[in-house]
Design a binder for this molecule. Structure first.
Ligand SMILES: NC(=O)c1ccc[n+]([C@@H]2O[C@H](COP(=O)([O-])OP(=O)(O)OC[C@H]3O[C@@H](n4cnc5c(N)ncnc54)[C@H](OP(=O)(O)O)[C@@H]3O)[C@@H](O)[C@H]2O)c1
Length: 285
C-alpha cells in the first residue's frame, strides 16, 4: 500500500484530493491544523471510499516546531512515504498587519514557504526509500497577473510593509522557486517534484466570514467562473498516482505551463534556499 500525506486536507481542494487518492487505495494522512474538522473529513472519506487507511494528524504549519514534530511523529509511526502534497496555504485576506509567531516568523511566510520546505526536507529520507515518490507543491494561477514579479528579499517576512494578498503571491513565487531547486537537486533520484498552477476554484465562503463585504462581493462574482475543488483535485491525483511525467508545473487541464521568469533565475533561488535552510534549522536541530 502506498502512503500519501496531504496538508490542509480538511477543506477545499485538499479534501477532494484526499478522497480521490484514498479511493485509489492509498493510505492517506490528512495533516490538519483544525483537528475536529480533520476528524470529520477523515470519517467522511473512509465512508465514501471504503478505505479504512485514512487518518488525521494535527499540525499548525505556521510553527516550525510543530511542523518538525509532525514529521518526526510521522516517521516513527509510518516509516514509509510515497507522496507528499504541500497543499495548505494561509490566504487570510482579513489580516491587517503582519502576524509574527512565537518563533519570530511572519505567519503567512512560515505556513506557505518555510513549512513545505521543512516538511519536505525532513521527509526526504522516507521519500528516497520509496521506489516511486512524488512531492507536489501548490501554486496559483494568480501569479500570471504578475509575469515580472520578483521575490522581495528585503520584505520576505513583512519587515518593510505588509499586505496579505501581496504576501500570498510573494509566498507562492518563493514556493515555486524552492520547488524547482528541489526538482534539480533530486533529478538523479526516484523522487519526482511537481507544482500545480491552481486556477479559480470555488471556496467555502463560510470559512471567510471575517472578510470585508466588498471582498465577499468580489469572491461571489469570482465563484461564478470557478471550477469545483473536486475538478481541480484531479490534477493532484494524476500527479500523485498516475505514471510519472517529466514536466514541472501543470495547470487545471494537465497542460505543462511555464512559471514566472524569475523562478528560473538560479542565484535568487540559491539565496532563498539558504535562507529557508537557516530559518528552519533553528528549531529543528
Ligand atoms: N481556491 C482558489 O481559487 C485557489 C487559487 C489559487 C491557488 N489556490 C491554492 O490551492 C490550495 C488549496 O486551497 P483551497 O481553495 O482548497 O483553500 P481552503 O479550502 O481555504 O484550504 C486551505 C487549507 O489550508 C489550511 N491551512 C491554512 N493555514 C494553515 C496552517 N498554518 N497550518 C495548517 N493548515 C493550514 C486550512 O486549514 P484550516 O481549516 O485550519 O484553516 C485549510 O485546510 C492552496 O495552496 C491555495 O493557495 C487556491
Amino acid at each position: 500500500m502506498k502512503t500519501c500525506i496531504i496538508t490542509g486536507a480538511n477543506s477545499g481542494i485538499g479534501k477532494s484530493a484526499a478522497e480521490q487518492i484514498a479511493a485509489k487505495g492509498y493510505r492517506v494522512i490528512l495533516a490538519c491544523r483544525n483537528i475536529l474538522s480533520g476528524e470529520k473529513t477523515c470519517e467522511q472519506i473512509k465512508r465514501i471510499t471504503n478505505n479504512i487507511n485514512v487518518c488525521v494528524m494535527k499540525v499548525d504549519l505556521s510553527l516550525m516546531s510543530e511542523t518538525g514534530a509532525f514529521a518526526d511523529e510521522f516517521i516513527s509511526n509510518f516509516k514509509e512515504l510515497d507522496v507528499l502534497i504541500n497543499n495548505a496555504a494561509d490566504f487570510d485576506l482579513s489580516r491587517k498587519s503582519a502576524n509574527i509567531t512565537v518563533e519570530g516568523n511572519e505567519s503567512q511566510f512560515a505556513a506557505n514557504v518555510l513549512a513545505p520546505f521543512l516538511l519536505t526536507n525532513k521527509l526526504l529520507g522516507l521519500l528516497k526509500d520509496s521506489s516511486d515518490a512524488r512531492v507536489i507543491n501548490i501554486s496559483s494561477q494568480g501569479l500570471m497577473l504578475y509575469p515580472n514579479l520578483k521575490l522581495d528579499f528585503d520584505n520576505l517576512q513583512g519587515q518593510k510593509k505588509y499586505n496579505p494578498a501581496a504576501t500570498y503571491y510573494q509566498n507562492k513565487l518563493a514556493l515555486l522557486m524552492n520547488s524547482l531547486t528541489l526538482k534539480e537537486k533530486l533529478s538523479n533520484t526516484n523522487v519526482s517534484v511537481y507544482a500545480v498552477r491552481v486556477t479559480n476554484v470555488k471556496i467555502d465562503m463560510d470559512r471567510y466570514q471575517n472578510i470585508s463585504s466588498i471582498l465577499k462581493f468580489m469572491y461571489n462574482i469570482k465563484s461564478r467562473f470557478a471550477i469545483s475543488p473536486y475538478e481541480m483535485a484531479k490534477v493532484y491525483t494524476i500527479l500523485a498516482a498516475d505514471r510519472k511525467l517529466d514536466g514541472f508545473l501543470y495547470d487545471e487541464k494537465m497542460r505543462e505551463v511555464k512559471a514566472n521568469r524569475f523562478v528560473y533565475e538560479k542565484e535568487p533561488r540559491k539565496r532563498l534556499w539558504d535562507i529557508c535552510e537557516s530559518l528552519t534549522s533553528r528549531d529543528n536541530d
